[in-house]
Design a protein around this ligand. Structure first.
Ligand SMILES: C[S@@+](CC[C@H](N)C(=O)[O-])C[C@H]1O[C@@H](n2cnc3c(N)ncnc32)[C@H](O)[C@@H]1O
Length: 252
């Protein structure tokens, strides 16, 4: 039986981490053949290189774990934050290969889920609309989803047209704070009154919560912290904390 494949995020960065880790290990090799400064510099250099290797290989390993295992578990935890009726219209912003899009569609009976993306290969390996559609077919929800090409800073949808807006590990790819604010404004614009937004990302959570507050959302919560996310944050010096900000639009 074919299994869905939600791809490896930031594949270039993962490759770089493993290459740097392997490089640090290779540099220790001369020590084994005696081509190395004698004590104490040889010992200090070996320890430093071992620490570098452990850091880079550990980072690469954590990123691979998150892409292949962690984010599948996280998807269900994030979707559990919403009180599903089954009839919702859902938007997945930066859907990539369809992780949240397909997960949301599995919770729908009569509703529909739409994913938008620019399909950037640097952000996810083999990032294509067909990959999301294929994953939807494998998980039995192809009839309930649609994908289209759009920029999250300018969503091609009318005001108040979705009951749920979700986004997973996508908004941080906008490097300017102004662009991230535009993307969040667009999410709020297309959200219906009383609708839910769940914005999961690896950084910028405080900024997202503040922006949602300015945009008038209510019930703003930081969710998804766990011992594993704390380990990831510590190991990456705070650069990678896969948690989420959840909020609702004021009822009409
Ligand atoms: C790390 S991937 C995450 C994909 C998917 N949400 C997941 O969790 O598997 C980030 C996604 O954001 C998309 N993206 C980046 N900038 C975008 C933009 N301005 N508008 C729409 N999508 C964008 C990328 O193409 C990529 O698919």
């Amino acid at each position: 039986m074919k299994r869905s494949d939600y791809g490896i995020d930031a594949p270039g960065l993962v490759r770089k981490m493993f290459l740097k880790g392997a490089g640090a290990l290779l540099l220790i090799l001369p020590a084994a053949f005696g081509f190395w400064p004698s004590r104490p510099w040889g010992v200090i250099l070996t320890i430093l290189l071992l620490l570098c290797a452990a850091y880079f290989l550990g980072q690469g390993g954590l990123m691979l774990y998150s892409s292949l295992i962690g984010k599948l578990k996280e998807r269900e935890r994030l979707l559990d934050l919403i009180s599903w009726q089954g009839t919702e219209r859902v938007l997945d912003v930066g859907c990539g290969r369809g992780l949240m899009l397909v997960g949301a569609a599995r919770r729908l009976t009569a509703g529909r889920a739409v994913g938008i993306d620019l399909w950037q290969g640097a952000d996810q390996a083999d990032n294509r609309p067909e990959a999301a559609l294929n994953n939807a077919r494998i998980e039995g929800v192809a009839k309930r989803i649609a994908v289209s090409t759009a920029d999250m800073r300018q969503l091609p949808f009318s005001n108040e047209s979705f009951d749920v807006v979700i986004s997973h590990w996508a908004v941080h790819n906008l490097h300017e704070a102004d662009d991230r604010t535009r993307a969040l404004s667009e999410m709020v614009r297309v959200l219906k009154p009383a609708g839910y937004v769940v914005l999961a990302d690896i950084e910028h959570h405080a900024e997202y919560a503040a922006t949602f507050k300015q945009l008038g959302l209510i019930d703003i919560r930081h969710v998804g912290d766990s011992p594993m996310t704390a380990i990831m944050a510590a190991a990456s010096f705070g650069n990678f904390r896969p948690t989420a900000v959840a909020a609702r639009k004021m009822p009409a």
